[in-house]
Design a binder for this molecule. Sequence first.
Ligand code: NAG
Ligand code: NAG
Ligand code: NAG
Ligand code: NAG
Ligand code: NAG
Length: 473
Amino acid sequence: MEGSFFCVFNGARLFLSLHILMVCFMHEGCPYGVEGKITSQSLSVSSLLPSPTCSPSTSKASSGKSTLKVVHKHGPCSPLVQDPNPLNHTKVLLQDESRVKWIQSQSSNGSDGLKASATASLPAKSGITIGTGNYVVTIGLGTPKKDLTLAFDTGSDITWTQCKPCVGSCYPQSEPIFNPSKSSSYANISCTARSCSQLGLSGCSGSTCLYGIQYGDKSYSIGFFATEKLTITPKEVIDKFEFGCGQDNQGLFGRTAGLMGLSNDKISFVGQTAAKYGKYFSYCLPSSPSSTGHLTFGKDGRAVSSVSFTPLSTVRQSSQFYGISIQGIAVGGNRLSIPSTVFSRGGAIIDSGTVISRLPPTAYGALRTAFRNAMANYTMAPAFYMFDTCYDFSKESRITVPLITFSFAGGVDADLDHNGIFLMVKTSQVCLAFLPNQADGNLTIYGNTQQKTFEVVYDVAGGKLGFGSNRCS
Ligand SMILES: *[C@@H]1O[C@H](CO)[C@@H](O)[C@H](O)[C@H]1NC(C)=O
Ligand SMILES: *[C@@H]1O[C@H](CO)[C@@H](O)[C@H](O)[C@H]1NC(C)=O
Ligand SMILES: *[C@@H]1O[C@H](CO)[C@@H](O)[C@H](O)[C@H]1NC(C)=O
Ligand SMILES: *[C@@H]1O[C@H](CO)[C@@H](O)[C@H](O)[C@H]1NC(C)=O
Ligand SMILES: *[C@@H]1O[C@H](CO)[C@@H](O)[C@H](O)[C@H]1NC(C)=O
């Protein structure tokens, strides 16, 4: 049996291969546009600097019965033992690039998911992660329950964690590795079970179902497909949750124990809990690594007032991604003249795991020009990585930044938090946090930097996506 186990694994591997410091108070010095709408924000440069200590959000929304706390993997609020190396922007951005390539290869015409991504020219160095989300949540697994911190990812389907005895290998993680033999609620899924055949990549070890998941950078997790008791909060327990008990795992998933898949797929957390939560979830990503946000499942009787909804769609063959329709961008209240076909040509998705939004080059060019004009009074700084619009704020104490607004189908306007506009390398190098795609026809990705502090509501059953501003700090 051990033999067949490895045989299948090898086979599988071959096959796989501010807090808006809107110091623009309503009384004075507030720059208004023609319609009386605020068009810029004044903020202190020090508010752009990360804080070394954790100050959790105090928002009421973070205490629902099916609500998990969301924190940035690398920040002072993270439950993970801190990496010896501090947050390295270059590394994060290289991983982000790798993820974008993976997503785009999955969604491009004529390509065939995994096979395509395995052959795409991605960094060959093993251990470079796809950057599956910088944001983590802690859930409980098993009986008695063990706490595990997982990256959550709207672009992934299966939820998995590393499992003992790590037949292949396990990477170092912060919490003890889950041991199924110590849990009374663990059960293997049989090879003949219907859910086994729903997996994208499956195999058998004897009669036990095996899953395999490969990410675009050759990170992977392979192991037993099993059921367990999943504890969200003490009052919210999901019995017989189907997950991957990873026996062979590789990739720099930080020190997380694995991943929680929130894609639009039967096997994802969202699909499996459809009866309980009605395919409805929302999250708020904190403005900085030193604050906290939340991830909530189900409507939970919460008011969705002042959340505006845009239709969700599917993008080409990649139904697992959440498609949206971007209609325009405004800088300082002025709509940029970008033909709407520029956005519709390649389609667009919203993704929790991509860090920096990828825009059609035509749209990025217009955004950059308008932003540079509005920021003409500030000293520019050298480019960083692929960011070509950077500023030196080291001699400023306060700056005035134009509002950037994204318009989505259905009349939804999202005014970005200032933390969604800037990538702070250092005070003397603060960059406009957007990147262009290679061509207008490539898939546009609305990334997590631009989602900060919004309540992003995925009403998957209702076919719509909501944005509510200022829901966490
Ligand atoms: C950041 O990561 C890049 C790419 O992995 C590496 O070349 C560079 O040396 C790192 N910088 C620091 C300060 O660790
Ligand atoms: C992808 O295919 C669809 C329909 O087959 C087509 O309308 C679209 O133009 C194609 N997109 C690209 C970028 O080739
Ligand atoms: C699950 O399946 C594996 C491989 O067949 C086996 O080693 C393990 O004992 C099984 N666990 C349980 C709880 O049945
Ligand atoms: C730049 O500064 C000048 C002088 O203070 C001011 O008149 C002008 O409006 C500023 N330009 C922008 C784009 O803020
Ligand atoms: C982006 O579009 C160009 C031109 O259509 C195409 O050659 C390239 O493969 C696309 N890139 C990705 C990552 O899909």
